[in-house]
Design a protein around this ligand. Sequence first.
Ligand code: ARG
Length: 494
Amino acid sequence: MSRDSADVPSSGGVPSSSGVPSSAEKRDGGQGMWGGRFSEATDALVQAFNASIDVDKAMALEDLEGSVAHATMLGEQGILTPEEASELVAGLHDLRRLVETGAIDWSVALEDVHMNLEKRLTDRLGPLGGKLHTARSRNDQVATDFRLALRSRTRRILSLLHETRTVLVDLAERHLDVIAPGYTHLQVAQPVRFSHHLLAYFEMLTRDAGRFRDALARLDAACPLGAGALAGTGFPIDRHRTAALLGFAEPAANSLDAVSDRDFALEFLAAASIAMMHLSRLSEELIVWSSQEFGFVTLPDSHTTGSSIMPQKKNPDVSELVRGKTGRVFGALMGLLTVMKGLPLAYNKDMQEDKHGAFDSADTLAVSLRLTADMLPRMEVHAERTRAAAGRAFSNATDLADYLARKGLPFREAHEAVGRLVAVALERGVDLQQLDLATLRAVSPRFEHDVYQALEVESVVDARDSYGGTARKRVSEQVARARERLSAEAEERQ
Ligand code: ARG
């Protein structure tokens, strides 16, 4: 294998200084960097179909970062001269400025971000630009870029999750004494603190953050760069060096796996799907709670919209869209799993379909978190409505049974006795606490006057003081633990 790539005639879109015959038609044939063996122009529709620039230009900065590491290492290893390496690195830095200011015209004829940037570099540096691709393939290049791109997106999502979790804890603390109905089967079950309900979402988003951190640890563990097209390279490269320069723990151990692994993207999408599922559930609750029938909360005008025909309407569009956009994130996960499931080793062009869904999902999750964190603190909670609803529908029936159980009646029998009292109350159209003591005692002589105190909504809520329960003391503990956790994580990140 020649180490002097300047002798290799460039072709296709790359300007040739060697004078090797190459028809003008062929130069415009959209073969970019690989036209050497082709005698016919690429069909225009094939060119458009094959190109990924519209999607992968989003990782232009990562591509340049990978190239800087690669060029640096080539220079250090003597594969390029130190002057060549530093000229390449300087050229790559210039390109970075162009990318940052949006000054690059991306070309579909050059297929993807890798070939677009290499061509720009060669335009600036001449044949030296063609040396950058020594001991590298687009296969290890794209696998590296994609990891870097999902690394920065994961970090952004972790920071948005932290913010949203903080908002939930603040809101819980602010509404510690608001009592609301707790549901099972969307039927009123037992009263709970509204704060307790909000903190359930804190737990969900905390697990989401854990999943993203786990995924990030595996993503950071292995650098594909230097795996070449699939089998490694004959050049004396230092893969540990490029891995370190790019912030990876180690080079990927197996070159075939390195170029064909997309687990990191699947893990990202799985974590994003679960997080979106959580945001979707929260959105669903906000939609229900803000309906006229519930009237538990009023969503802020800033995060709701009107109707073009019904002047009175105020619609929870943001929450509905978070719920709706969850579908595309699930779709991206299923899409990539399906792309990968039948692929033989190693790289296959099918894998070019990996980025669109992953980037779109990152954006969707990020904006959904942003909007949720912005909207929640501005939401008005109607404590009288939630409290009234919490006291309805015999939500204290379990407490009546617990009362009898505490007095020694086996719980199963207490359940049966209270069931009969519920039937009486239903018949009379009253609540359990409105039944007189004589009626209660007719069902069980264990009832005494103190039963009425036990049936008060506040007593019912505060009676549930088991660890993780809805009693004031327990919810305050949850708030304190949540705050500790958030500040420990914030310190970790510094
Ligand atoms: N645009 C390609 C992708 O995203 C880059 C890798 C192309 N490799 C190749 N051998 N055609 O997958």
